[in-house]
Design a protein around this ligand. Structure first.
Ligand SMILES: *[C@@H]1O[C@H](CO)[C@@H](O)[C@H](O)[C@H]1NC(C)=O
Ligand SMILES: *[C@@H]1O[C@H](CO)[C@@H](O)[C@H](O)[C@H]1NC(C)=O
Ligand SMILES: *[C@@H]1O[C@H](CO)[C@@H](O)[C@H](O)[C@H]1NC(C)=O
Ligand SMILES: *[C@@H]1O[C@H](CO)[C@@H](O)[C@H](O)[C@H]1NC(C)=O
Length: 437
C-alpha cells in the first residue's frame, strides 16, 4: 500500500477521474489494515500483559512492528518479562545534600551487592569539598574499586525538592545507568535518610521469581478535592531551572485549567521501576512522557506525580503498576508535610511491614545499629551475602573475597518480602490499578 503513494503516481492526480476511486480504495485498505491490527492483535496482548506473563507478542504482526511505536513497547515488555534465566540486578540512585556524605556511604554499604549498579548524587548545595570526600571514600574502597559498580555524579544538580529539577536529576541518573554496559532490571530511588530492612540476598532471591515487568509505584488518580485545586490549578516556577543559587518555588497568581488530554495521578515519590518503563520515559518512542514532563515543569510536587501519570495513561504499562512503593513510611495523623522520623519504637512495625526500605531516619539514630545487627547481620562493611566467601574468623571481613554473584543466601527478610509480594500481586490488589480510589 505504501507503494501506491510513490512520487510517480502523482501525475495521475491531474486527471480528476482517478481521484475518487483512488481515495476510496485507499480509505478501505487503511480501514481494513487498522481493523486487522487493532482488532485482531491488541486484545490478546493486553490480556497477556495484565496477567504479568512473559509471552510471544505480535508473532502475526511481525511485518508491521517497524511501523507502529506501540508494538515496540509491547515487544520490549514481552522480552523483559521473559528474561528469567538470570537473576535480576538493581540499579540504585542514592542522593543527598549538604552534610549527607557519610549517611550516603552508610546506605550504600547497607544495600551493596556486586550484581547491582550504584550512582551517588550530592546536590549543588553540598560544598565541593564534601563531594570530593565522598568520591575519595568510594575510590579507596577495594571492593568498589575492583567491581567498578559504584559511581559518583561528577556534576551536581541544583535540586528543588518539590520541583521539576528533582525529576530532571532522577532522569539524568537513570540515563547514565541506561548507558552503562551492564544490564539491570529495576531502578530504585533512595535518599540519605532511607535505610534497608533486609539484605540484598533477600531482595534478589524474591525478585528472581517476579515478572520483570512489575513497577512498584504507589499511585491514585487525582479526582476533585484539595490536591487538584492545590497542585494542578496553581502555576509554579522552579528557579532551580535557571538560577545558580537555590531558592524556593515561585507561585504565580494565575491558575490554569485541569488537563483533559490525560488523567492526573499522584502518590509516593519513592519508586521501584522497571528498565522497560524508564526506557519508555527517557528514550521516548512515544511523545507522551516528554509532553507530561513539560506539563509538570510548572506543577507543585511534580516528583509525586510524574512517573505515576505516565504509567497510568499508557494502556500497555498501566497493568504493570503495583500500588506500593515498598517503603515503610509513617505519617502523623493527620498527615503533616513531612513523614514522622522513625526511631526504636517503630522497629517492630517496620519489620512487620515486609517493606524493602524505611524512612526517614535521623543521622546515626540508634535504631540503624539495631537494623544493622538484627536485620542485616552486618558486622563489617557490608551485610554478608552468599557472595562473601572469605574467612571470617577473628572478625575478618568475609566480603573481602568474592564468590559467585548469582548465589544468594536468603534469610527471614526474604520470607517477609515474599508475603508482601503475595499480597501485592493478588487479584484484589490488581483490580485497584490506576483507579480513582
Ligand atoms: C527520588 O528520590 C528523592 C530522594 O532523594 C525524592 O525526593 C524524589 O522525589 C524521588 N523521586 C523522583 C521521581 O525523583
Ligand atoms: C516462585 O513462584 C511460584 C509461583 O508463583 C512459587 O510456587 C514458588 O514457590 C516461588 N519460588 C520461590 C523461590 O519463592
Ligand atoms: C581462617 O583463618 C584462621 C586464622 O586467621 C585460620 O586458623 C583458619 O584455618 C582459617 N579458616 C579457613 C576455613 O580457611
Ligand atoms: C554461579 O551460581 C549459579 C547459580 O547457583 C550457577 O548457575 C553458575 O554456574 C555459577 N557460576 C560459576 C562461575 O560457578
Amino acid at each position: 500500500m505504501r507503494k501506491n503513494v510513490n512520487p510517480h503516481s502523482s501525475r495521475f492526480f491531474s486527471d480528476k477521474k482517478w481521484i475518487i476511486p483512488f481515495f476510496a480504495s485507499l480509505l478501505v485498505s487503511i480501514t481494513l489494515l487498522l481493523a486487522s491490527i487493532f482488532g485482531m492483535y491488541s486484545p490478546n496482548i493486553d490480556e497477556d500483559v495484565s496477567r504479568f506473563d512473559g509471552m510471544e507478542v505480535g508473532k502475526k504482526s511481525e511485518e508491521w512492528t517497524d511501523y507502529f511505536v506501540e508494538d515496540n513497547i509491547r515487544r520490549s515488555l514481552a522480552l523483559s518479562g521473559n528474561s528469567k534465566n538470570e537473576p535480576p540486578r538493581f540499579a540504585y540512585l542514592i542522593s543527598g545534600t549538604k552534610g549527607d556524605s557519610q549517611r550516603i556511604m552508610r546506605v550504600l554499604q547497607a544495600v551493596y551487592h556486586p550484581r547491582n549498579q550504584y550512582i551517588l548524587h550530592m546536590d549543588f548545595e553540598a560544598p565541593p569539598r564534601e563531594r570530593l570526600d565522598l568520591t575519595m571514600s568510594v575510590k579507596s574502597d577495594p571492593t568498589f574499586h575492583q567491581v567498578e559498580n559504584v559511581r559518583v555524579m561528577d556534576k551536581s544538580n541544583l535540586v528543588t525538592y518539590k520541583g521539576p529539577t528533582m525529576i530532571a536529576c532522577t532522569l539524568q541518573a537513570i540515563a547514565i545507568l541506561l548507558r552503562g554496559s551492564l544490564y539491570w532490571d529495576w531502578f530504585i530511588n533512595l535518599s540519605a535518610s532511607d535505610y534497608p530492612l533486609m539484605t540484598q540476598d533477600d531482595m534478589l532471591h524474591v525478585f528472581s521469581n517476579l515478572s520483570r515487568n512489575l513497577n512498584f509505584i504507589e499511585h491514585m488518580q487525582m479526582v476533585n478535592g484539595w490536591k487538584l485545586s492545590q497542585r494542578a490549578r496553581p502555576i509554579v516556577v522552579d528557579p532551580g531551572l535557571y538560577l545558580s543559587k537555590k531558592s524556593d518555588l515561585l507561585m504565580t497568581t494565575q491558575r490554569r485549567s485541569l488537563p483533559t488530554a490525560f488523567k492526573l495521578f499522584t502518590g509516593s515519590a519513592w519508586v521501584v521501576v522497571t528498565r522497560s518503563f524508564v526506557e519508555y520515559c527517557i528514550w521516548g518512542w512515544d511523545n507522551f512522557p516528554r509532553t507530561v514532563l513539560m506539563y509538570f515543569t510548572n506543577f507543585m510536587s511534580s516528583p509525586e506525580s510524574y512517573f505515576h501519570t505516565v504509567i497510568c495513561n499508557n494502556e500497555d504499562f498501566r497493568s504493570t503498576a503495583i500500588g506500593h512503593d515498598l517503603h515503610y513510611i509513617a505519617w502523623d495523623n493527620p498527615p503533616k508535610q513531612h513523614p514522622r522520623i522513625l526511631s526504636m519504637k517503630d522497629f517492630d512495625k517496620m519489620v512487620k511491614s515486609g517493606a524493602l526500605f524505611a524512612r526517614k531516619f535521623a543521622r546515626n539514630d540508634p535504631v540503624l545499629d539495631k537494623i544493622d545487627k538484627e536485620l542485616l547481620g552486618r558486622a563489617n562493611r557490608f551485610p554478608p551475602g552468599a557472595w562473601c566467601v572469605g574467612n571470617s574468623s577473628g572478625g575478618a571481613d568475609p566480603c573481602s573475597l568474592r564468590g559467585n554473584y548469582s548465589d544468594f543466601k536468603p534469610g527471614p527478610g526474604a520470607a517477609r518480602l515474599q508475603e508482601l509480594m503475595n499480597t501485592l500481586t493478588s487479584d484484589e490488589f490488581q483490580s485497584k490499578q490506576c483507579s480513582s480510589k
